[in-house]
Write a protein that binds this ligand. Structure first.
Ligand SMILES: Cc1cc2nc3c(=O)[nH]c(=O)nc-3n(C[C@H](O)[C@H](O)[C@H](O)COP(=O)(O)OP(=O)(O)OC[C@H]3O[C@@H](n4cnc5c(N)ncnc54)[C@H](O)[C@@H]3O)c2cc1C
Ligand code: FES
Length: 242
């Protein structure tokens, strides 16, 4: 874990209530998520790393409460304290040849970084993303450009398959040897029940320290209690007690 000050180089609305935040600083950020200190808030807020390269990384966030609403007001040039190197992320090596990625809403963000890693390893990647409606869609062009096969589902049918990601999965009938999913719990549960074979899912819990000390993010798993921030957020399908 590392704490560093980063400079906001972009913080703009890219979809309904959804912002793209680009932070610049030293080095390349690793870890599944970062913990941001938002001015005026004691507790940091966790956000998944969507993309990362030397000297900058990208986050996508939805304004759901006070913290993210304040974050959205911060102009370019503002400095933010960020804890990096957090979380046990997706295991790209668990897939041998062909991966299926299933994301709901901003669950697409960490899957994008994973898709890039899988492609760099020469693997075939199929991605299915689901959103409520067209104006909430993010990263569709990026996934489409990167992946071997790609499908979208919207609940209102405004774009892609009408319905849930599980409806799009039925239509697409993808072949894969390992799957990865991130999004709302109810969606990930349906995905893990619908998909055969091994896979993993990224859980979300409210966090205190974000670094394994406070046990505030503990969840029960098949192997006993686990901290989402330190032992996860990614867990194998069979470990998760829905
Ligand atoms: C590992 C991890 C990765 C995440 N990645 C992203 C991301 O890439 N983009 C994104 O937009 N959000 C992400 N989240 C959720 C994000 O942390 C919360 O939306 C944010 O902390 C809300 O802060 P707030 O002050 O605006 O809301 P609050 O005022 O604290 O809460 C507003 C609402 O959001 C819910 N909420 C708050 N924190 C969480 C949380 N940690 N998990 C689930 N619900 C929460 C509350 O229950 C409440 O309903 C992630 C959470 C975790 C644990
Ligand atoms: S948030 Fe403190 S242990 Fe996970």
């Amino acid at each position: 874990m590392e704490k560093q000050l980063y400079t906001i180089t972009e913080n703009r609305l890219v979809a309904a209530d959804t912002y793209r935040l680009v932070l610049s600083g030293k080095g390349k950020v690793d870890g599944e998520f970062v913990h941001l200190e938002i001015p005026g808030f004691y507790l940091r807020r966790p956000l998944s790393v969507c993309d990362s390269e030397e000297g900058r990384f990208v986050l996508l966030y939805k304004t759901v409460g006070e913290g993210t609403r304040v974050l959205a007001t911060l102009p370019e040039g503002s400095r933010l304290s960020v804890l990096t190197g957090l979380g046990k992320g997706f295991d790209a090596s668990a897939c041998s040849r062909s991966a299926l990625l299933v994301g709901g809403g901003l669950g697409a963000a960490p899957l994008y970084l994973l898709a890039k890693e899988l492609k760099q390893q020469g693997k075939k990647v199929t991605a299915v993303l689901g959103f409520n409606k067209a104006d909430e869609i993010v990263l569709a062009q990026e996934f489409e450009g990167l992946c071997d096969a790609f499908a979208l589902a919207t609940l209102d049918g405004s774009v892609g398959v009408k319905g849930f990601v599980t409806d799009a999965l039925r239509t697409l009938a993808p072949t894969y040897d390992y799957f990865y999913t991130c999004g709302p719990m109810v969606m990930m549960k349906a995905v893990c029940q619908a998909l055969e074979g091994p896979g993993e899912a990224s859980l979300e819990e409210r966090m205190g320290c974000g670094a394994g000390f406070c046990y505030g993010c503990s969840v029960q798993t098949a192997g006993g209690p686990r901290r989402v921030c330190k032992d996860g957020p990614v867990f194998k399908k069979e470990e998760i007690l829905w």
